[in-house]
Ligand binder design. Structure first.
Ligand code: MRU
Length: 340
């Protein structure tokens, strides 16, 4: 089956699959302005680092179409980047579009911005296929069980996904015995989105509460924990969905490889280590409530970081579209990003 699409360009609008409503309803929304796109990103209509990068690129194309003056485009760029702080793909894509249009005559900007946004989308689609092949190559001939977190599939990218793309490739080679999917509280991207994608594609898959990961890692022959990333610092420190760090600790405890799968657009060589990665904190009601249902006292104080940082010594390898970085991750990442 064709992987589902999270977003697409349709003549004069960016179409986004409204991921807040999955898996209950499949509904699309049309974004006609950069403001629409920024709001959709911050409200998680579209989410996942590569997907929000592509969406932001189209957002800037919409801004250039609405008003090709540079000041307006730059204002829209700042609003898009501010929509979510952790995934660097967003800032990366916006910077790329700005660089493309800045020195053009105003009347050429809209068309050039749209062409560049299309290129960002196509490149991400291609990067997903390459990551899938590079990642699947790390497994031998045996059938394997894999544990993953959050949603890193077609819904999170313009292609087949990052970590989930690797799982798809392992499956298509006939080697996936079982995918274990953590639910990913508070917003449940694992339960709502990865489980939905897995069912659509016929993957042998089992959903677990985040708190059951230790049981699974201690009782099942897990070949690897595979996750995506929102930002990877120069030393290999990896920001990803909250709960990733504890999975990395568990994987180390059980001698299981911990793989991070991400395109090079997720690598931020400007940040030396994980301490400077901005971590988004989201609304307390995401924790106090589940799908509108109150599960905690309505005024209880809440700490709700959307991401955490896994230090490089817990990461076995980082799989990108250009190849695989292993320890020392810093050297491998620089090579994969063309900085050596
Ligand atoms: O808050 P989200 O749903 O945008 O978080 C998504 C993740 O943490 C993913 O693991 C990451 O963006 C990689 S997606 C290919």
């Amino acid at each position: 089956m064709m992987a589902v699409k999270a977003l697409d360009w349709d003549d004069d609008a960016l179409l986004l699959l409204d991921q807040r409503q999955l898996p209950v309803r499949t509904a699309w929304i049309r974004c006609l302005t950069a403001d629409d796109v920024a709001a959709a990103i911050s409200q998680l209509v579209v989410r996942g680092a590569p997907a929000i990068g592509v969406a932001a690129a189209y957002g800037l194309a919409l801004a250039a179409r609405g008003n090709p003056e540079l000041a307006g485009i730059e204002r829209a760029a700042a609003d898009l980047v501010a929509a979510r702080p952790t995934a660097v793909n967003l800032a990366w894509a916006v910077r790329r579009l700005l660089t493309r249009v800045r020195d053009l005559p105003a009347e050429e900007r809209a068309e050039a911005a749209l062409a560049e946004a299309r290129a960002v989308q196509a490149e991400d689609e291609d990067a997903c296929l390459r990551m899938a092949r590079n990642g699947a190559g790390l497994f031998g001939e045996d059938r394997v069980e894999i544990l993953t977190h959050c949603n890193t599939g077609a819904l999170a990218t313009a292609g087949i996904g990052t970590a989930l793309g690797v799982v798809r490739e392992v499956f298509s080679r006939g080697r996936l015995a079982r995918l274990w999917m953590c639910e990913a509280r508070p917003v449940q991207q694992g339960a709502r989105l990865t489980a939905w994608e897995a069912e659509r594609e016929g993957l042998p898959a089992t959903l677990i509460c985040d708190t059951a990961a230790g049981v699974v890692l201690s009782q099942r022959p897990i070949a690897a924990v595979i996750v995506g990333a929102d930002r990877i610092a120069a030393d290999g420190s990896t920001a990803n969905k909250v709960g990733t760090y504890q999975l990395a600790v568990l994987a180390a405890r059980h001698g299981v490889p911990f793989y991070v799968v991400a395109p090079t657009s997720t690598v931020d060589l400007d940040l030396p280590d994980g301490s400077s990665i901005p971590i988004e904190e989201r609304d307390a009601d995401e924790v106090r409530r589940v799908r509108g249902l109150q599960v905690a006292p309505p005024t209880i104080e809440v700490f709700n970081p959307a991401f955490d940082v896994t230090p490089p010594d817990l990461v076995t390898a980082i799989i990108t579209e250009g190849g695989v970085a292993r320890a020392p991750l810093a050297d491998g990442l620089r090579a994969l990003c063309g900085k050596v």
